[in-house]
Design a protein. Structure first.
Length: 145
C-alpha cells in the first residue's frame, strides 16, 4: 500500500482550475510526491505536465492566476473536469473558483482547512479508499461496516 501523509493546504496548493492539490494522494505520498500544479514539472508524471488547463495559453501568457479571471470562463476543458470531479468526488472546481473570486485565496484556504489540513469529501474519499476504513455517507467512521 502507498504511504500517504496529510499535507498542509496553502494558497500555492490551489491549482489555477480551483483544484486543491493537497487533497490528491499523489501530492501526499511520501515516495516521489507530486509538487502540485504550481510546482516544478520535472518531478511530475507526463499527464500532470501535459494538463490542458495548466498549460492554457491564457494562463501561461495572460498573467492570470486562476481560471475565473479568464474571458472564456468557464471553458470547455474546465466544464469537463468539473463534471468529472462532481460525479466522482462530489466537489466542483467551478464552485471553488467562485469562492476564491468572491472571498480571495486566503479566506478560501481558511474555509477549506482545519488545523491547516484540507477538509473535503475528496480527501475523505481518497484516504478512506487507501486505508479501507468504512465511512458512512456523512463522513463519520462507522462501526462494524
Amino acid at each position: 500500500m502507498t504511504k500517504v501523509e496529510l499535507k498542509k493546504t496553502t494558497p500555492d496548493s490551489i491549482a489555477p482550475c480551483g483544484m486543491n492539490c493537497s487533497l490528491c494522494r499523489a501530492y501526499g505520498r511520501q515516495r516521489k510526491p507530486c509538487p502540485g500544479c504550481r510546482g516544478d514539472d520535472s518531478t511530475k508524471t507526463k499527464t500532470r505536465v501535459q494538463c490542458g488547463i495548466k498549460n492554457c495559453e491564457k494562463l501561461t501568457d495572460g498573467g492570470i492566476d486562476y481560471c475565473f479571471s479568464c474571458s472564456d470562463f468557464p471553458c470547455k476543458s474546465l466544464l469537463h473536469l468539473d463534471s468529472r470531479y462532481k460525479a466522482k468526488y462530489g466537489m466542483s472546481m467551478i464552485e471553488n473558483l467562485a469562492s476564491i473570486s468572491k472571498f480571495g485565496i486566503q479566506v478560501f484556504v481558511k474555509m477549506r482547512t482545519r488545523d491547516g489540513l484540507a477538509v473535503s469529501a475528496v480527501r475523505l474519499y481518497m484516504f478512506t479508499k487507501l486505508s479501507a476504513v468504512p465511512v458512512g455517507t456523512n463522513g463519520i467512521k462507522t462501526r462494524g461496516a
